[in-house]
Write a protein that binds this ligand. Sequence first.
Ligand code: SAM
Length: 337
Amino acid sequence: MNPPISSPEFSHFPVMMDEVINICSPDKGGTYIDCTFGGGGYSKKLLNFSKTEVIALDRDELIINISKKLYKKYPKRFSFHNLRFSEVHTIVGNKLVDTVIFDLGLSSIQLNNLERGFSFNSKASLDMSMGLSTTSAEEVVNNFSEQELRSIIKILGEEKEASRIAKNIIKTRSIKKITKVDQLVEIIKKSKKKNYKYKINPSTKTFQALRIFVNKEITELITGIINATKILKPGGKILIVSFHSIEDKIVKYFFSNFSSSQSNPSRYFPVDKPSNTFLFDKYKNRILRPSNLEIIKNPPSRSAKLRYAVRSKNKFIYPTGLLQKFKKYLDLESLYV
Ligand SMILES: C[S@@+](CC[C@H](N)C(=O)[O-])C[C@H]1O[C@@H](n2cnc3c(N)ncnc32)[C@H](O)[C@@H]1O
């Protein structure tokens, strides 16, 4: 098991590190992009192999200090960019890379920093930005219409009681602006049916929805995986660790439908894409999950799903079908610029 990565304030336990490293084979060297640096767990492990180069990204400027420590140790083989991963293609020029890794969502460093408003145990301002966002949860809950709030909570949080929650947000804010996390937690609690048999905290889904919306996480994911595919060498790998069903649905669709294993809807009709257009080699549609031991040691890892695909030799053709398929989410996240 891998030890947690220490930072002065908090730590993040890297999820499925052994599985990620096994798939990457860093002992052979190569250029790796760690799109979600976080506590630096993956980058650090990859740099332990002497022939690797690691380029890391993270949208959160508060973790730049962690990256500086790694840069000091590996100035020739490590670099860090405070960027959103939708822009991953902009940092390598014309170079193609061996592996791109995404470990989606929040780090424990962000979740445990109560000032940032991600945790429902916080009494801080309703911020929820991971960094480089143009809005906050406070702006969203105080300015968006009831119908927009309902759609955000229902579609991005998959919350069945979204209508009542949206109605009560509007009712409350007409009396007093909603600025703090505990105010929102109270509104959600009152809105949910009173059978407290919830396996998860009643606020979980609404908080997930607002966080995804504030950080445009679905737009980031779709754009990020497309742009990462664009900069992969033939035979290069793209690995994605996801934590909720919307993310996994997108990754699965991308890998299955843009690979040579694209399923044939009918044996009487051939697959309509010629074989030289597939972005990935045969995709086995296999999900890797954390071991029971990892889940015991690091319970938040229980919802992790790891999928990976191998870039084909074909020329990159922009997969517009991916944008069309998930247009509902993209349209919702473009309610603000
Ligand atoms: C789960 S943590 C990654 C942990 C990391 N693998 C480790 O071993 O410590 C996710 C990180 O990705 C960052 N992140 C999330 N979305 C991003 C995006 N669109 N662009 C860049 N960074 C992002 C978050 O700020 C967070 O630091």
